[in-house]
Design a protein around this ligand. Sequence first.
Ligand code: CS2
Length: 473
Amino acid sequence: MTRLSPETLALLPADVARPAYDRAAMRAGVVHFGPGAFHRAHQAAAFDTLLAHDPRWGITGVSLHSQGVAQALNPQGGLYTLALLDAQTRYRVIGSVSHVLTGTEPPAILAALAHADTRLISATVTEKGYCLGADGQLDPEHPAIAADLAKGREDGWVPQSFVGWLVQGLAARRRAGLPGVTVLSCDNLTDNGRKLEAATLALARELDGDTAAWMADHVRFPNAMVDSITPATDDALRAQVQVATGLEDAWPIQREGFTQWVIEDRFAGERPALDLAGVTFAADVRPFEMAKLRLLNGAHSTLAYVGLGLGHETVAEAMRDAPLAAFVEQLMRDDIAPAVVAPPGLDLPGYIADVLARFANPAIRHLLSQIAWDGSQKLPYRLLGTVREALEAGRPIDRLAVPIAAWLRFLEKAAHEGRTITDPLAEELLGRAADWRAVLAMPAVFGPLGHDARFIAAVGQAHEALAQGRLPG
Ligand code: CS2
């Protein structure tokens, strides 16, 4: 079977969309850390649209901890197929990624960061990639940060953390007299840009005071809200893509048709005209972030842990379980929405209905087990803020305690069966899992909330209800 590549693009059937620009003229204006499925389905597709108007915004991907994306994409000249899953699946070959570097090539990463063409450094490194503590600040005891603190004053050090790479890249730009740069977090963290800014500044102050000072005038870290449901690639997708395109693609990806990207209008130097690709620039992104993280991601994690406990496999399947779907809807409307300050013009009941319809999309096979990854990193942003505010406002937390209890049961079950889980805190979580109170007492996840008697009581009740197969109404 012929493989997708710049040479074989012309063989694609007419109904498969392809880059509407000359890829040979493309320059790399973006260095992106974490070119996984979400980035390639979402941001890289927006840049692919922009490139038809402006060739300066190609992407160099940087995959620090794995070789897989580089091995799949580089032989294809960076090209890959995106399947858009709606009633009718559409296929689009994306050309915005020119090359993917890996952590085995530190000089090339540094050269890309400190290149005159680079105007934007962006990231989807997931919550754990930021190395933050429960207080949202850089955690100096995180092994990667501790290593960077130990080595970062030596010449030619190789950073272990993403934040370390930013400090090294910014230092190289400063020394080379290059103009400023925008650093854009595209991860599901509240206040993602500000958190990354604080973390980068904290490390820079320790390692290189001149770069820390230079950042104030030359670097901006806008907040951003990103949204598009992106199930992991499976064999079924590979097969479908091969049939639809007639070419072999080592790593096609898929997402729902819906996509949203809201970026704070706070750039260092030039702002890419991403509005041409449907991106919204806003003075304040926080209300968008809050609505999306608390409602969509909070409900997603609820479906994942409660749904897995009930034996479901995918989000759409969990949504066909009428009592579970009704529970999640009530949780969103009655418990989460009161803790959301809606962005201007957003109708929360309508937003909730749209999110539920997206979850129910039968064309998407989104595994609950994928969403269940990294619970210790996700729950604080998705649910615990809502719980804290409900307690402060004197609202009930009975239903909000259900996904937390479902997560605790998920851990308990894995520990009992001797399975591991995907979570940076897996070892400690599983070590404590037999006693859910011991998990609540982990400061890295729950902070002071874990010692709140009302919270402990509500989680205890929810835990009991789930053990009896009941969903508290
Ligand atoms: C999901 C998200 O895997 C997860 O935890 O909740 O990836 C979700 O699909 C996206 O944030 C939707 O924009």
